[in-house]
Design a protein around this ligand. Structure first.
Ligand SMILES: Cc1cc2nc3c(=O)[nH]c(=O)nc-3n(C[C@H](O)[C@H](O)[C@H](O)COP(=O)(O)OP(=O)(O)OC[C@H]3O[C@@H](n4cnc5c(N)ncnc54)[C@H](O)[C@@H]3O)c2cc1C
Length: 498
């Protein structure tokens, strides 16, 4: 007998979003989260008595969330205060070569012209136009729709728009394609870095990922109070719609009856009979048996070689000197290819890392905060946290390389070990089991990768998938879209009971 009872495993962005859509459709949803708070990767850490974002910091595609809140009968703006950033990111190669990208396209073109010459500024405008075209081609045909196969995608784009299909460049490597727009190696590096937004190497990703540049150009916001507020707000909305949110509740087994989902069991031994289940844990957790043997068949396992980037991060409260940090700043390593070879081929922490710094107390105003400020510093790392625990010596060496890189670009961070929280690939693997610390599901390497990510229906009836390891992929708005797709598939299969 159908009871309308649904369990959602995981209160990451996709799990929260699926819960909201299902609760408002009238299902009795229990959201079971092993951590003590919502958000998953959008988590906060406390350092020196202050709360810091330890996960995503670049908030894009706000319309995805506006639509979600509107569909739930409310508005994003009545829950969160979003502030548009004028400087998308400040980039540095050394203490004299600095370049800002702006929310305003013409301002960016002017800055690039002054930095690298008029030809590069023209290249940038052509690149931005191409990135926008790819985005427009794939926005409704791929990102906001159920996962297509290549033929289905061609049909959705329309065979009459075959030029658009060609323009998404699935068969060209991103770095090569970017090199056609920019002669300056610094600009190639800057725009190639967008591949890392989905945990991939620009040397192995399809040029299609250039669309991420357009996503940023279309708007980046900060959230007053920090990114984690978004997760809290989603959790509050889900609770208001009647969902039962349980933190500190680890699901240990998925039970099947007659080949379909029948119940979930928690680590404390509680059994919840359900009609269907949305799994927001990484798909590899299902595929490697963390939810029991029966559920393994739900989805294909990701081989370690297919994993996306992990990270080594430092959340710190520290005074800084020199370089005028923007909210988002990037300090480039001097050999980009070797950085990705270190991470993906040699399985070691990068010797010449590119460092991302989020100065969480800084907005567009040029006035630096007084005294110590909240920082997240991040370098790419190999996703091997399940098989290799980096030694203290390895971490300290990477830390030296990282902060020396900042100093070479003119930034001194006056660190206090008491006010620093380090997160390694092994830590990420503990937080997000069966990932090896990979933060973005499988890497988007090769043209097939977008089509091999599972869609929202698993191979087991009643088991739906949502999150960064599911179509349409990683990143906060993409994970939200996958949550919406999972809820929509479940509703379509079940029939809304509202
Ligand atoms: C350091 C960092 C920086 C990032 N920067 C950005 C950025 O700037 N912009 C951006 O858009 N994206 C960024 N991302 C990526 C983005 O955060 C993720 O793609 C997105 O948040 C993933 O959401 P998800 O729905 O896949 O859930 P996840 O965040 O993966 O959450 C899954 C949840 O499932 C829970 N869970 C797992 N197993 C169980 C179990 N057995 N029982 C109960 N619960 C379970 C976990 O505890 C977790 O809460 C970043 C990620 C990281 C880590």
């Amino acid at each position: 007998m159908r009871t309308g009872r649904i369990a959602v495993i995981g209160a990451g962005i996709a799990g929260l979003v699926a819960t909201i859509d299902l609760a408002r459709a009238g299902f009795a949803v229990s959201l079971l989260e092993r951590a003590g708070a919502p958000g998953g990767k959008m988590r906060e850490v406390e350092v020196a008595g202050k709360q810091l974002d330890a996960g995503p910091t670049v908030f894009t595609l706000r319309d995805v969330f506006e639509q979600l809140y509107a569909d739930a009968g409310t508005s994003l703006a009545s829950h969160l205060n979003l502030l548009p950033v004028k400087i998308l990111a400040r980039h540095a190669w050394n203490d004299s070569e600095h370049l800002d990208l702006h929310a305003d396209l013409a301002e960016s073109a002017a800055a690039i012209g002054a930095f690298a010459g008029a030809g590069e500024a023209r290249g940038f405008l052509a690149f931005a136009a191409r990135a926008e075209r790819i985005y427009r081609t794939l926005n409704t045909s791929f990102m906001r729709a159920a996962r297509p196969n290549p033929i289905e995608l061609s049909r959705r784009i329309g065979f009459s728009n075959i030029a658009d299909l060609f323009n998404i460049q699935p068969f060209t490597n991103m770095y090569e394609s970017i090199s056609r727009y920019f002669a300056d190696p610094r600009l190639r590096q800057l725009f190639a870095r967008y591949a890392t937004y989905c945990g991939s190497s620009p040397f192995h990703s399809p040029a299609t990922l250039m669309l991420i540049a357009h996503v940023e150009q279309a708007g980046v916001w900060t959230i007053e109070g920090g990114m984690h507020r978004l997760a809290q707000s989603l959790a509050q909305l889900a609770a208001r719609l009647g969902a039962d949110l349980r933190y500190g509740t680890q699901v240990s087994r998925v039970e099947l009856a007659n080949g379909r989902v029948a119940a979930v069991e928690t680590a404390s031994g509680e059994r919840l009979a359900v009609d269907a289940l949305v799994c927001n844990a990484d798909n590899n957790a299902l595929a490697t048996g963390l939810f029991g043997e029966a559920a393994r068949a739900g989805v294909r396992a990701t081989a370690p070689a297919e994993r996306s980037l992990s990270a080594l991060t430092w959340n710190l409260v520290a005074r800084t000197e020199g370089f005028p940090l923007a909210h988002h700043s990037v300090f480039f390593g001097d050999d980009y290819q070797s950085e990705f070879d270190d991470v993906f081929r040699r399985g070691r922490l990068p010797v010449r890392p590119t460092v991302y710094v989020c100065a969480q107390d800084r907005g567009d105003a040029a006035v630096p905060p007084r005294g110590a400020e909240r920082l997240l510093c991040l370098v790419n790392a190999p996703p091997i946290g399940d098989t290799h625990q980096f030694t203290t010596a390895e971490i300290q060496q990477c830390e030296r390389n990282t902060f020396e890189r900042l100093e070479r670009c003119g930034l001194r961070v006056l660190r206090d070990p008491q006010a620093t929280c380090v997160t390694t690939p092994s830590d990420f693997n503990r937080l997000f089991p069966a990932t090896g610390g990979a933060l973005y599901g499988p890497a988007s390497h090769g043209w097939r990768s977008s089509f091999t990510r599972p869609g929202s229906r698993s191979r087991i009836p009643g088991l739906y998938l949502a999150g960064g390891s599911t179509h349409p992929g990683p990143g906060v708005p993409m994970a939200a879209l996958s949550g919406r797709l999972a809820a929509a598939s479940l509703r379509a299969d079940y029939g809304s009971i509202a």
